[in-house]
Design a protein around this ligand. Structure first.
Ligand SMILES: Nc1ncnc2c1ncn2[C@@H]1O[C@H](COP(=O)(O)OP(=O)(O)OP(=O)(O)O)[C@@H](O)[C@H]1O
Length: 238
């Protein structure tokens, strides 16, 4: 579905990503983990076509991508950030917007929006102003909005990190159920290894802009790596 070959990204004098390789197959959920500043969000932005890499090549469904990825391809991707970035309209309209832009008929839009709000347990908030939502509710609406467009790839950048522990656990559980039923191809960035253990079968560890290890989350926790990786992983347990 998506492949990155030898991706590097420089900003000024700084090397933010260095020759990172990455593959994502259809139906997979892959985690990007690593300490603060290791390059997780930068890699996600490049994989999601928000930033062109300085060097290296991205392939989407086997096709090499130009520096400016065509809108038709970018529209097949959905992104959810740490902050929910909802518009100051009703919850329903927030979720409907992406479908309107894509030209879906009104009946289909209503069905999709209702379905996805229901999946994330926020159907009762449909007519409420998005601005009045709690952090947890807003993030549920953001996820409903992302899934509603049935993206080819979903990118989640620290989707739970603004939430308190119980809110986060409930949402992570609901998201795991949705993944199970939809098999949505996903890349998730989190600094919390528990998220990665719960939601993914494969993860990539980034350190100083380099992809240093890859494997099943449980295996990554068990194995010995180099000193820096071991220090990072020592904060978590299976
Ligand atoms: N547009 C930019 N210009 C200059 N430096 C940048 C830019 N974007 C990111 N960086 C730098 O690149 C490094 C990696 O940042 P990035 O946000 O990708 O890391 P991260 O692993 O997601 O960190 P965190 O867990 O703290 O969010 C940091 O040192 C950051 O300051």
């Amino acid at each position: 579905m998506l492949e990155a070959k030898e991706i590097s990204w420089f900003q000024g004098q700084k090397t933010i990503l260095h020759k990172v390789n990455f593959q994502l197959s259809a139906g997979e959920c892959v985690g990007l983990i690593g300490p603060n500043g290791s390059g997780k969000s930068s890699l996600l932005k490049i994989l999601a076509f928000l930033e062109p890499p300085t060097s290296g090549q991205l392939f989407f469904q086997g096709n090499p991508m130009p520096a400016t990825v065509p809108l038709a391809i970018r529209r097949r991707i959905a992104i959810v950030f740490q902050e929910s970035l909802l518009l100051n309209t009703k919850v329903f309209d927030n979720v409907a917007l992406g479908l309107k832009i894509r030209g879906l008929p009104n009946k289909k839009i209503r069905e999709q929006v209702d379905f996805w709000l229901e999946q994330f347990g926020v159907a009762h908030l449909s007519k409420q102003s998005a601005r009045s939502l709690s952090g947890g509710e807003a993030q549920r609406v953001s996820l409903a909005r992302a899934f509603a467009i049935e993206p080819d790839i979903l990118f989640l950048d620290e989707p739970f990190s603004a939430l308190d522990a119980p809110t986060k656990e409930a949402l992570r559980g609901d998201l795991a159920k949705v993944f199970k039923s939809t098999k949505t191809t996903t890349v998730i960035v989190s600094h919390d290894f528990k998220d990665i253990l719960h939601l993914t079968k494969r993860a990539l560890i980034l350190l100083n802009g380099k992809a240093v290890r890859e494997g099943s989350p449980a295996q990554l926790l068990k194995e010995k790596h180099n000193e820096e990786v071991d220090r990072f992983l020592s904060h978590f347990s299976a």
